[in-house]
Ligand binder design. Sequence first.
Ligand SMILES: *[C@@H]1O[C@H](CO)[C@@H](O)[C@H](O)[C@H]1NC(C)=O
Length: 577
Amino acid sequence: MVQQMRATMANDWWLRNPARTSSSILAAPPFWCWLLIAVIVNIAGAQEQLLPGTWEVLMNNAGIASMHSAVTRFGTVVLLDRTDIGASQIALPEGRCRIDPAEKALKRDCSAHSVVFDPASNSVRPLMILTDTWCSSAQFLPDGTLLHTGGDFDGYRKIRRFVPCPAEDGADCDWEELSHTQLSAGRWYATNQILPDGRIIIIGGRRQFTTEFYPANPAQSPMDLPFLREVLDEQMDNLYPFVHLLPDGNLFIFANTDAVLYDYMSGKVVRTYPRIDGNPRNYPSGGSSAMLALTAANDYSKAEVLICGGAQFGAFMEEKVDMAGSGSCGRIIATDLEPMWAMEDMPFPRVMGDMVMLPTGDVLIINGAQSGSQGYELASNPCLYPLLYQPDQDAGLRFMTLTPAVTPRMYHSTANLLPDGRVLVAGSNPHYSYNFSGEFPTELKLEAFSPEYLRPELANLRPHLTTTPERIAYGAQFQVSFSVTLPVTGIVEANLASAPFSTHSFSQGQRLLKLAVSAAEPLFSLSFMSSADGALPYTLTATAPPTPLVAPPSFYMLFLVNQGVPSVATWVQLVSS
Ligand SMILES: *[C@@H]1O[C@H](CO)[C@@H](O)[C@H](O)[C@H]1NC(C)=O
């Protein structure tokens, strides 16, 4: 028994300190022992270099710590923090200031609490937010406008819009607060999801067991959702519910350890799912969730939901900063008639991980800590290793450990897929205010993680889009032209990725669609090919998703994927006709 415990502890120690070694478990080690350790560390160091993926710093100081982020249809990224914690490190333009006598921290605040980042120039432009966006929620409307709701204090019932613009010199698109309308209830820690009819549903929030729509439907707003109250426990665990729009038009809503299928038209729960094994998964317990790619291969009839990690119950309530997080994942076919959770273990426990659907359909699990829970000063032991989850592999072969980050990204950090296939990682602020001292300082740095598919050695396989439509109608076939250095045979995938709103370890509205495609047809002859030194031109025909249930009307990133290597995406707007 004791031996078993020791083995577990040693194992645990290794897990929690993957990049280090220590002599603390050996009493007075002799010299040869140090030598051995040095050799092992060297080998481990060398192996670490060989893990897939690379990191790069994009900006050392973005001016704000990103708590929320979303990629616009121009490829720029809106980052948001909160307004009530004092000055950020970036000034508002033209000497503008927010003057609010009711504000606690700064009654006259001339700093920005939102910026728009341009990955093409690695620069930010300050934006002006008027009310508090702390723990707010958002979603893009069908026309590409970011519709942003709630927050705390004066922002509790606010609705804001950001109409994005191309990142040009002199671009001045900015936040706008709606004055003619507001939320029917205050929403702090809610989840938003775009619906097939182009409306947005706003679900839950702290002490709100209801849903509502934007634009509001006075007859229906707000609608009770008792499920959100039923799953509440002594430490909440029902905030930022995981919401996935299934291809049958209902919403899969997961909170704490439970899930229901919700018919938002009637406001009724139409189905209850089995309970997931293990710890609570939602805020403040910091698990994450993604819906796996929907695919034309099964007529978009099957939707699988993945939920990973989180904190042990009690870690938040008892402020157990060092309590090991959860390494378990559950996967369920939400569209099955008798669905069951299939459980798997990750190689690391992870609290506050972010899940990013890559263009290939693999899931990147990135950011977070190995111990503690969500909240200020409540986590320790950053989980620096991203993981690749490969859903099409057999159980046991799905996880791949990737090149570790240097920068801890814990509470209040974000991750978003960029159109060039990289993943933007921003934020991390485990403190109430900006605080640059201590073990986990407020992080203003922006970084990108490049998955293995961006390795230069694979450039010969990378498709380059030459002609794509700007708008595609539901069910319509469309041509995509591209070029690639090495000849392709057969299937080059055409996949649509939504632009979700990333906050608190969940990407609201994240969706990946694998379209029906024809085989790629060469646009060159063999004789041309033998003399060509440049890229080879091809075309393929893809079919847009059949209905708005499968893919709500919105702007999507269209990626071609050749042997696992994605193109740079172009934005297409999915429209009714
Ligand atoms: C900043 O963080 C450090 C370490 O967590 C803490 O000791 C200190 O009190 C904080 N400072 C402020 C002003 O909150």
